[in-house]
Write a protein that binds this ligand. Sequence first.
Ligand SMILES: NC(=O)c1ccc[n+]([C@@H]2O[C@H](COP(=O)([O-])OP(=O)(O)OC[C@H]3O[C@@H](n4cnc5c(N)ncnc54)[C@H](OP(=O)(O)O)[C@@H]3O)[C@@H](O)[C@H]2O)c1
Length: 274
Amino acid sequence: MIGITGATGGVGSGVIRHLRAAGRDDLVALARRPEALPPGVTARRADYDDPASLAEALRGLDTLVMVSSDGIAETMARHHRNVIAACAPDVHIVYTSIIDIAPDTRFYYAPGHRETEALLADRPHCLARTGVFADFFADTWLETATATGELVLPLGDGAPGTSFVAREDVSRALAAAATARLEGVVDLTGPEALTGDQIAAAVTAALGKPLRYQPIDDADYRARLAADGEPEWLIEAYASMFRSVREARFATAPGDVERLTGTPPMTFAEYLRR
Ligand SMILES: NC(=O)c1ccc[n+]([C@@H]2O[C@H](COP(=O)([O-])OP(=O)(O)OC[C@H]3O[C@@H](n4cnc5c(N)ncnc54)[C@H](OP(=O)(O)O)[C@@H]3O)[C@@H](O)[C@H]2O)c1
């Protein structure tokens, strides 16, 4: 039986869809709001902040697709500790980590992912390290950018760029890793790393909305977010991610999506056209 956390979210719901399409009917969708799940899936309530609910929800699984939690980094790490503590030691865990995980990175979420990876070390596991989701980038920054015609971000002045991976490809790869009970580390990244200019060109071509990349430095970017009233942790999360982009920590391409799924990961332009 395969459990999937974050089942109401983009990645988790995609994993369930791909496993069902592959004929698996022994799935358990784990969610803090099971009532939000579509009918026809076996659902159990699993709140990362409620260890008793986790112990009950994770009973009887042989595989767990553990989609990472979100928000403030310390909360995310606590959620992951709770899930792993509630999970029997022989369960194969496929965990969505991050490619920017080296000890010397300043990325806000890296310490939490490193801690979680370490907790999985003596269990059967697959560390699925993802790049920046195309969906996340588009949802977070493209609405304003296309409205103003300017993509104002601290992506740097050219290479190395960012390798965007669509959540659809991540979900398909996680489903394949869970089915195969794959062990080890895989990089779930896009087919190519794009510079700021290339991102703007892809948006212009795919959506027919003229967009120009306008580089901004770290201090100005942080000041803009603060002026918009964003909380300190989110400013750190975004600014440190872009710092890592400039340091070539999110440029990995193409990674392991095609090896796992048999299908090349979609380009950013393909993602936008869909
Ligand atoms: N690589 C990237 O670019 C990137 C970007 C953003 C996030 N991420 C990471 O990737 C993960 C999956 O992304 P996504 O796009 O699928 O996120 P998403 O659509 O926001 O889904 C997040 C899921 O986590 C669940 N969740 C949150 N807090 C919970 C709690 N206390 N107990 C149980 N479930 C909880 C949510 O449940 P509800 O529906 O009840 O809220 C939802 O199902 C994120 O959670 C984050 O760790 C990666």
